[in-house]
Design a protein around this ligand. Structure first.
Ligand code: GAR
Length: 217
């Protein structure tokens, strides 16, 4: 399915479950008409989350599709119906695992941002896991979503040093700052058709001066 937006930009749906600061980073990037993607739909699985206010403030249509009290198949079918005219999907703090019945509708066209240097620390509480493990570097990953939990091809990563006095909150905040820089960059590559998949690896056609990683000390 491919429906061009009026400006010829790639139409993107964003799925959220919470504050939506990553959604905000994508909205801010897409506010530039030269950015190759446009956020055309924001869907929350949790009613009342702040991400919905961010979308409304940017003039983006929203929907709430709760996952509770129903089968995963019915939840995902409603998501798909609501995303009928988008070409790419970004998960931005979306805390549900999607099954092939959803993913097959967007083959290699779903991005996720995760607060850890994958493949380390998948699942929930990436910063907490890094601290508990005693990692000295932590970070964030943008990856394509496959049927596993945070196992899809890596598109971009950023790392931060873990400080001796870090708490989960301080480390998570520094990682989130990286996420906000990585995600718009990765979506640009996606929207420009510059990501190809080789086995479990993503390859990016990088422009001059571009790189797939960020480092903060
Ligand atoms: C972000 O740190 C994101 O990486 C994480 O939730 C936070 C959402 O923040 N996602 C996951 O842990 C998914 N496994 P946000 O709502 O402010 O974008």
């Amino acid at each position: 399915m491919s429906v061009a937006s009026p400006a010829g930009r790639v139409r993107v749906g964003v799925l959220v479950s919470g504050s939506g600061s990553n959604l905000q980073a994508l909205l801010d990037a897409a506010a530039d008409p030269a950015y190759p993607a446009e956020i055309t739909r924001v869907i929350a699985n949790v009613p009342g989350v702040y991400a919905l206010e961010r979308a409304a403030a940017a003039g983006v249509p929203t929907a709430v599709i709760p996952h509770q009290g129903r089968t995963r198949a019915s939840f995902e079918a409603e998501l798909l119906a609501s995303l009928a005219d988008v070409e790419w999907v970004c998960l931005a703090g979306f805390m549900r695992v999607l099954t092939p019945s959803f993913l097959d509708a967007f083959p290699s066209r779903v991005l996720n941002v995760h607060p850890a240097l994958l493949p380390a620390f998948p699942g929930t509480h990436g910063p907490r896991q890094a601290l508990e493990y005693g990692a000295v570097q932590a970070g964030a990953t943008v990856h394509l979503v496959d049927a596993g939990v945070d196992t899809g091809p890596i598109v971009a990563q950023g790392s931060v040093a873990v400080r001796e006095d870090d708490t989960e909150a301080t480390l998570a905040a520094r990682i989130l700052g990286l996420e906000h820089r990585l995600y718009p960059m990765a979506l640009r590559w996606a929207a420009e058709g510059r990501i190809t998949i080789e086995g479990r690896r993503a390859r990016i056609a990088l422009g001059s001066g571009e790189r797939r990683w960020l480092v903060e000390s």
